[in-house]
Design a protein around this ligand. Structure first.
Ligand SMILES: [Mg+2]
Length: 275
């Protein structure tokens, strides 16, 4: 896992945030909507960077932007950390240096090689094209077979020495198994940490906000971090423990408010936005 030693003297300048359960208002939560309005105004009048870091695919992020009238971010990290888009004028373009970075990590082995290797696995089918990326090969299976298919896929990837790993999860809405084959070590956090050392800001300037396990690495790498009140279980406690081992527990803020309101509370606490 990537970590860095933060310089506490450097003030925050960029909000990097998870979307679902964090920056996107919870259903029917008027306070969250008001907080979002505050962020919209702040983006129009204040100088601070905005990065979305989400497991959603790019089209789905654009959909969320429209649906919730989110303020436009400067950067979007999506597809479980396997693609980064950069805002240029009115549109978003794929950030090529990150593609180059992933191509180097995968030693040129691209999705064609992965697809060919897994083509004859019974019960495994490719998801629709908008779910696919150059470095994210996504499959669907029955819920019951997901774990064993992931194990089989990993066995084959290892034998073929393709530096990819297959992760299985369940789609709670459709009762299906979802399998993502990603470059080994790819994650939302890894992509965000890479971005913070290659874009027009530094890791010291980032405030990161999240609510679930796939935010844990980004919450504990050294960024100023906000855990929203609706986070799962004791995510904040576990993150604080992890940070305390490096004497960095002061980098974490446990919000008393949920989702968008908690993110706003944390941004004010860290001085990214005025109180
Ligand atoms: Mg979330």
């Amino acid at each position: 896992m990537s970590i860095f030693k933060p310089d506490p003297q450097i003030p925050p300048r960029v909000l990097a945030t998870d979307l679902d359960g964090t920056f996107i208002p919870l259903p029917g939560n008027a306070d969250n909507l008001a907080a979002l309005e505050t962020f919209r105004h702040a983006r129009a009048s204040l100088e601070f960077g905005l990065v979305f870091a989400t497991g959603r695919h790019f089209e789905s992020v654009l959909e969320a932007l429209r649906q919730y009238a989110l303020p436009e971010p400067d950067w979007i990290v999506c597809d479980v950390g396997t693609s980064i888009h950069h805002r240029q004028a009115e549109s978003f373009v794929l950030f090529e240096p990150f593609e180059t970075h992933l191509a180097k990590n995968t030693r040129g082995g691209d999705r064609t090689a992965v697809e060919a290797l897994l083509a004859d696995l019974d019960g495994l089918a490719l998801q629709s094209p908008e779910r696919q990326q150059r470095f994210k090969i996504s499959y669907v299976s029955s819920a019951a077979a997901a774990e064993s298919l992931a194990a089989l896929a990993n066995q084959r990837l290892e034998q073929a020495r393709l530096p990819y790993a297959c992760l299985a999860s369940l789609d709670p809405f459709h009762g299906k198994g979802l399998l993502d084959v990603l470059p080994a070590g790819a994650s939302k956090a890894a992509a965000l940490i890479w971005l913070a050392t290659h874009a027009d800001f530094t890791p010291d300037e980032v405030v990161f906000a999240g609510d679930s396990d796939n935010d844990f690495a980004a919450l504990t790498c050294g960024f100023r971090a906000i855990v929203v009140a609706n986070a799962r279980g004791d995510l904040a406690g576990e993150a604080r423990c992890e940070l305390a081992r490096r004497g960095l527990e002061h980098r974490l803020f446990q919000a008393t408010l949920s989702a968008t309101s908690g993110v706003l509370e944390g941004c004010r606490r860290f001085g990214l936005l005025p109180a």
